[in-house]
Structure formats: structure tokens, C-alpha cells
Design a protein around this ligand. Structure first.
Ligand SMILES: Nc1nc2c(ncn2[C@@H]2O[C@H](COP(=O)(O)OP(=O)(O)OP(=O)(O)O)[C@@H](O)[C@H]2O)c(=O)[nH]1
Ligand SMILES: [Mg+2]
Length: 451
């Protein structure tokens, strides 16, 4: 068991008032340090693992708080080290005082994500699972929580591991063959090698294709509501939120800034941007608003292109949109059907009324389907939701395509072995078998303190 030198501490609960707060301590000196400031019936150093002890935290004569101390002996703790959790009354002053006492006793303040980083370094979690811990904490919709849970349970990790092992088996035979080059032995035919590579490539391709869904699970869908002034963008936003969030008026140019509001629908997190109506304008404030609208459109996963049905489709604005985003991201919508009595268009457009709400639920469903490419996955499917994993998979794919090329052109086995090893190490990065300080710092610095 890897044990770090420092013993670290942090408040693990969010700041503010609450029923309780929890202070975490992890490292070799956890129990000894706890005994310096805590007095109860049992000394923590003698306490059995997974037991809870009532007592008082004291600073000299002063009682700081009545607390409960939970004891976790290595390796059976989150970090894999000796750890304790002190549950205090939920008051920041109390927590601050206890942290001060701990620091005076030689404990260091933890860096963001340091507890989880230690869990990874001590082999309690692989890297993809450690990342899932952060995703679980930040999950904002049912679906995103399920996705993070799936990753923490190791569904992605075991898939990646399985593919790595297939590659290792193949590359070791290729290497064995190189060792016996003079003897002209063949351990595996080139055809067999190619079949193995193709199998792994297919699986990688499948994983890559889950990314659009995985990203939506994790980050939600960015939706831009765009259209000419007065078509009803703000009315639509308000209807979706079920509150009068944005000002609505019959005067064109009402919304001058971008408004973002979030909500969950059908387990998915929606980030909706109401934008300033796009038109050519001399007004400098409105100009700035239109400029912001353009940026929102560029970054949107789905663009809801709203039109007033009584004025028909705005073809000019449609071509402007095509310069800013892809056609497949756009959903064309005709609004105000409540005051329209003409014929519906033949084109594939959605009809809604932001006033009565007609068609809006269907619109939300289309937005979701567009963002996740209409795919649905079972709970057991490995899903890629993290850009780091996505990039590693793409690198593995590149190397395997090179490997196939080598097989085809019957180049030396040395080239083949290099490509296979590259693919294998790209996969290893996902679960942290291959890693660097930079990768680790980058991942864990984004965690909150105390996790
Ligand atoms: N009858 C009817 N009126 C609507 C509907 N949607 C919006 N309106 C009206 O259309 C006018 C403009 O609505 P807004 O929501 O402010 O339009 P907007 O697109 O946000 O306009 P700007 O912010 O100026 O770009 C208001 O008077 C709304 O009440 C609808 O579905 N039916
Ligand atoms: Mg508006």
C-alpha cells in the first residue's frame, strides 16, 4: 500500500449553515492527530475500523464542539489510507477552529481533489472512475447522474481494459515472433492479427459514437433561441421555464442581451439562451446584442430558428444561420399558430404557440433527439462522456488504422508492434495505467476541496 507522507484535511461539506458539517482527515498521522484534539471514551488510535465515537474537540480548556468521529483504517477507506471524518455542528466558525487546530498539529490543508487523487494513486479507483466522482457531484439531471454512476461503477473502465488486453495479447505474439525472427516461426497469421485489430477498432468506433450522447448527459444541451425581433423567442423561453423570466412586448427589439436559463426536461439538462432578435441595426446596444446572439449560435448544440407563421419563413435569416452553424443543428419552428388560419407548409418544420403552449413539449423532445442523435443506450452500455477519454480513443483508433496499413503492406513486425503499443497506451491513459503529473493535476485541480 502506497502511503503518502503528508496527512491532509479539508471541510468536506458545502460552506454555510447546516445541521452538520464534516471535516475529513487522511494520511498516516490521522489517528494520532485526532487524539491530540479529541477526547471521548476511546482513543482513536485504539478504535476499530468503521466505528463512530462521540466526544469533544478541545483547544486547551476551551470546548470547541461535541462531535462524532468516524474511523476508517487503511486500506478500507475512500483514500486507502488511515482516515477519519469529524462530524461537527454545521457552523463555519467551528469548522474553521477545528481546521486551525489540525494545522497546528502538523496536518496540511488538502488541495482540490486530493482525497480522490490519493484514492486513485492507492489503487482504490482507476482514473475514469475518479473522474466520475466529480461528475456525480456536479450531475444536474437524472440522466447525467445515471451516466456518472455508470462510469463510477467501472462499466467504461472494464470495456477499455478488455480492449487493452486484446491488444496486449496480439502485440505480445507479434513481439515473440520478432524475437524468433531467424527461426522463421509464425505464432499468429497476419490475417488473424488483422481480424483482432478490426475487432478492437469496431468496439472503439462504438465507444466513440456514444460521445454525443455522453456529452449531453454530462454537460446538458446548449440551445439557442434565434429569430427576427418579435417572433416570440422570449415568450417561448418563459413558457419553457413556466415563469415570466424575460420581458415580452409587442415592440421589436425588446431583448437586447443574451439571457441564459436552465431546467431539466425528461432527465436531461437544458441550457436555454434567449437572444436579441437578429436584424441589421444602427443602435449600438442592439448591435452588441446581435453580436452576442451570433456567438451563442456558434456554441449551441441545437439552434431553434423561430419564425412568426403569419410572416412566413425568413429565408434570409436561415442562410445567415447556415454561416454560423451546421444545418443539422437547426430546428425550424413556426410560432403563433393560435392566431393563424392559413395552410401549413409542406416543409419539415415544427408548429408551436408560445402563448398557449401548443407543440412545445414536442419541440423539447426534438431538441433532445437532435442533441443525442436519437440514440438510446441501456444502463449497461459503456458511454464516453469525457473529452479526455474521447481524445484517447481517437488516438487509439489512429494507431490501429496505421497497424492495419502495416499488415496490409507487410512491413516489418517492428512497425506493427509500435502501432499496437501506441494504441494500447492510449487506452491505458483513459483508466490511468499510463499517466503523467500534468494529466493528473489537470484532472484533480478541477475538483472541489475536500473531495
Ligand atoms: N398570439 C401570439 N402571440 C405571441 C406568441 N408568441 C409571442 N407572442 C407575442 O409576440 C410579441 C413578441 O414576443 P416576444 O416574446 O417579446 O418576441 P421576441 O422574439 O423575444 O422579440 P425580441 O426580444 O424583440 O427579439 C409579444 O407581444 C408576444 O405576446 C404566440 O404564440 N401567439
Ligand atoms: Mg425577446
Amino acid at each position: 500500500m502506497l502511503q503518502n507522507e503528508d496527512t491532509i484535511t479539508a471541510i468536506a461539506t458545502p460552506p454555510g449553515e447546516g445541521a452538520i458539517s464534516i471535516i475529513r482527515i487522511s494520511g498516516n498521522d490521522s489517528f494520532a492527530v485526532a487524539d491530540k484534539i479529541f477526547s471521548g471514551k476511546v482513543r482513536i488510535i485504539d478504535a476499530a475500523t468503521h466505528t463512530i465515537h462521540y466526544g469533544k474537540i478541545r483547544k486547551g480548556e476551551e470546548i470547541i464542539d461535541d462531535v462524532l468521529v468516524s474511523v476508517f483504517r487503511n486500506p478500507n477507506s475512500f483514500t486507502g489510507e488511515d482516515s477519519i471524518e469529524i462530524s461537527t455542528h454545521g457552523n463555519q466558525l467551528i469548522c474553521g477552529k477545528i481546521i486551525e487546530l489540525l494545522v497546528d498539529s502538523g496536518v496540511r490543508l488538502a488541495e482540490p481533489g486530493e482525497f480522490t487523487k490519493r484514492a486513485f494513486l492507492n489503487g482504490k479507483l482507476d482514473l475514469a472512475q475518479a473522474e466520475a466522482v466529480a461528475d456525480i457531484i456536479s450531475a444536474r439531471g437524472e440522466a447525467s447522474l445515471r451516466g456518472a454512476r455508470n462510469q463510477l461503477d467501472g462499466i467504461l473502465s472494464s470495456k477499455v481494459n478488455f480492449l487493452r488486453e486484446m491488444l496486449i495479447n496480439t502485440s505480445s505474439l507479434v513481439e515473440l515472433e520478432l524475437d524468433f525472427a531467424e527461426e522463421d516461426l509464425e505464432f499468429m497469421s497476419l490475417e488473424q492479427i488483422d481480424t483482432n485489430i478490426v475487432k478492437v477498432l469496431d468496439e472503439i468506433e462504438k465507444l466513440l459514437s456514444t460521445y454525443s450522447f455522453g456529452r449531453v448527459l454530462k454537460d446538458g444541451i446548449n440551445v439557442a433561441l434565434v429569430g427576427k425581433p418579435n417572433v416570440g423567442k422570449s415568450s417561448l423561453l418563459n413558457y419553457m421555464l413556466k415563469e415570466a423570466r424575460a420581458i415580452v412586448s409587442e415592440i421589436p427589439g425588446t431583448t437586447r442581451d443574451t439571457i441564459r436559463e436552465d431546467f431539466t426536461f425528461d432527465g436531461i439538462y437544458f441550457k436555454i439562451y434567449d437572444t436579441a432578435g437578429i436584424r441589421l441595426t444602427e443602435d449600438s446596444i442592439e448591435k452588441e446584442g446581435v453580436e452576442r446572439s451570433r456567438n451563442v449560435i456558434k456554441n449551441a448544440d441545437v439552434v431553434v430558428f423561430l419564425n412568426d407563421i403569419n410572416e412566413g419563413l425568413d429565408e434570409e435569416l436561415h442562410s445567415t444561420l447556415l454561416n454560423l452553424t451546421d444545418d443539422h443543428r437547426i430546428i425550424t419552428v413556426l410560432n403563433k399558430i393560435d392566431i393563424f388560419s392559413g395552410e401549413h407548409l409542406k416543409k419539415p418544420v415544427k408548429y408551436i404557440s408560445a402563448l398557449t403552449g401548443e407543440g412545445i413539449e414536442e419541440l423539447l423532445i426534438s431538441i433532445k433527439e437532435k442533441a443525442i442523435s436519437s440514440q438510446s443506450y441501456s444502463e449497461k452500455t459503456a458511454i464516453v462522456s469525457n473529452i479526455r477519454h474521447y481524445q484517447s480513443l481517437k488516438r487509439a483508433k489512429e494507431s490501429l488504422l496505421n497497424a492495419r496499413e502495416t499488415v496490409k503492406t507487410r512491413l516489418s513486425g517492428e512497425f506493427l508492434s509500435v502501432d499496437l503499443r501506441d494504441a494500447e497506451s492510449a487506452l491505458g491513459e483513459i483508466i490511468g495505467i499510463v499517466t503523467t503529473d500534468d494529466i493528473l493535476n489537470n484532472i484533480f485541480s478541477k475538483f472541489c476541496i475536500g473531495k
